[in-house]
Design a protein around this ligand. Structure first.
Ligand SMILES: [Zn+2]
Length: 313
């Protein structure tokens, strides 16, 4: 069994002309639905059916972001009519926070199930989160979804060691910043460098007791399957074995594909699938969740889902 989570309302956080638009997840979801009959008995669906959320979810957001930053976003969201930009790339709509909070809750439900059954899952949620820092929105990201999830797992499931693996083409500067001095959440990233957001050199290794719990593997901005697979086969495996995480969160960015419109990387669908297989095998197909980050070619996203579904057949 695998778990799949998504939000039927994420069209409410959307600007059609923006590259991070709701067509991304709509395409993924329609692809899943086209397979639903054949795979129904092997998938547990977690779907946001309404946008109400619990106040408790905010307390987890505050474990990751400052009160001042969250209040600033809340005020903005309450005032706007259609949309507004928090930075040159990152928009919000009147519904953005409701979408993010309901995304987080469905992600928590998916992970409750993963922990209790020892399975794994995929969360096809947006907006992405890995560029959002504790005090700053950035690069299409407002709240850092995977960081909040890590704190949720530690708070509600007594999980001590969480590893976040980020294979997005862009460095997850937000996730790195949030856990930079933390020795309970290990951040492992492969990314194009030097490239947006221009962080993630291999000299960034953590601070204080977090030294040795941040691992950056910058690759050429044109790198492809070969470069990334070498890192996952060797370094990922070594670091995983040393840290022995109890739960793995994968910031899954499909903008590493050669057809992505906003990057220059050259991975193939097969290569992406192999990276995911290495991670899955290492974790013995349990206690891990793939959370969508980037990936802006709709056809690539559809193909990625096909690979995910074929894996469970
Ligand atoms: Zn990206």
């Amino acid at each position: 069994m695998i778990g799949i989570a998504y939000n039927e309302f994420d069209y409410l956080h959307n600007i059609d002309s923006h590259v991070e638009n709701s067509l991304r997840t709509e395409s993924i979801i329609s692809e899943i639905i086209s397979y639903k009959k054949e795979i129904e008995d092997r998938i547990n669906f977690f779907i946001v059916k309404d946008l109400n959320y619990q106040n408790e979810t905010w307390s987890l957001v505050y474990k990751v972001h400052t009160q001042e930053y969250v209040d600033f976003v809340k005020q903005k969201v309450n005032k706007i009519k259609k949309f507004e930009f928090l930075d040159p790339d990152t928009y919000i709509t009147p519904h953005t926070l409701k979408i993010i909070l309901s995304n987080l809750e469905i992600l928590f439900s998916l992970c409750d199930w993963i922990v209790s059954t020892g399975n794994y899952g995929f969360a096809y949620i947006r907006p992405p989160g890995h560029h959002a820092e504790s005090k700053k929105a950035m690069g299409f990201c407002i709240i850092n979804n995977v960081a909040v999830l890590a704190r949720y797992l530690q708070t509600y499931h007594n999980i001590k060691k969480v590893m976040i693996v980020d294979f997005d083409a862009h460095h997850g500067n937000g996730t790195q910043e949030i856990f930079y001095s933390d020795d309970t959440v290990l951040y492992f990233s492969t990314h194009a460098y030097p490239f947006y957001p221009f962080t993630g050199s291999n000299s960034e290794k953590g601070s204080g007791k977090g030294i040795g719990y941040t691992y950056n593997f910058p690759v050429s901005i044109y790198a492809g399957d070969k470069e990334l697979l070498e890192i996952y086969q060797k370094d990922f495996v070594e670091i995983y074995d040393r840290f022995e995480p109890e739960f793995l969160i994968i910031s899954s960015g499909y903008d590493i594909h050669s057809h992505d419109p906003i990057t220059y990387m050259n991975c193939s669908l097969d290569g992406i699938n192999k990276i995911k297989s290495i991670i899955l095998q290492k974790a013995k197909y349990k206690n891990l969740v793939f959370v969508l980050e980037g990936g802006y070619n709709i056809n690539v996203l559809k193909e990625v889902v096909k690979y995910d579904i074929n894996r469970i057949q």
